[in-house]
Design a protein around this ligand. Structure first.
Ligand SMILES: [Zn+2]
Ligand SMILES: [Zn+2]
Length: 132
């Protein structure tokens, strides 16, 4: 069983109601955690929000409308990474980090190819996997 490499994000994101873990398709380690806040984070309390926390320790968040957030929850439950990727692209360039659209799965940094900090290739050679 691979070692869990990420801390539990609920420890430092108490404003988030639910977490979904996207794992590496090769080794199964948690690669991206997506959190959903139903109350809104920060000052934009009129809008509900979604945030993601990635393997590298970086986290980012953005605001979706209530109907978009409902859609995000449904997409995470299925899960439908393609739909989720386009939703997250609304506030984060590149969509879900570590996600290969052509494979429709996520890969951890150890299983991506190339040395570039931001853009790498997936194990099957698809270019353009955004890593932050
Ligand atoms: Zn992996
Ligand atoms: Zn791929």
């Amino acid at each position: 069983m691979p070692k869990q490499v990420m801390p539990n994000p609920s420890v430092f994101r108490k404003d988030v109601d639910s977490f979904y873990t996207l794992t590496c398709d090769v080794c199964g380690i948690p690669t991206v955690i997506i959190g959903i806040s139903k109350v809104g984070i920060g000052i934009a309390t009129s809008l509900r929000s979604i945030f993601y926390y990635v393997h590298s320790g970086k986290d980012d968040s953005g605001y979706l409308t209530p109907s978009e957030l409902e859609r995000a929850t449904a997409l995470l439950t299925i899960p439908d990474y393609k739909g989720l990727d386009s939703l997250i692209s609304k506030f984060h360039i590149g969509g879900i980090p570590f996600y290969c659209p052509e494979c429709n799965v996520c890969y951890c940094p150890a299983h991506l190819k190339g040395e570039d900090y931001r853009i790498r290739a997936c194990p099957k050679g698809h270019e353009g996997v955004v890593c932050d």
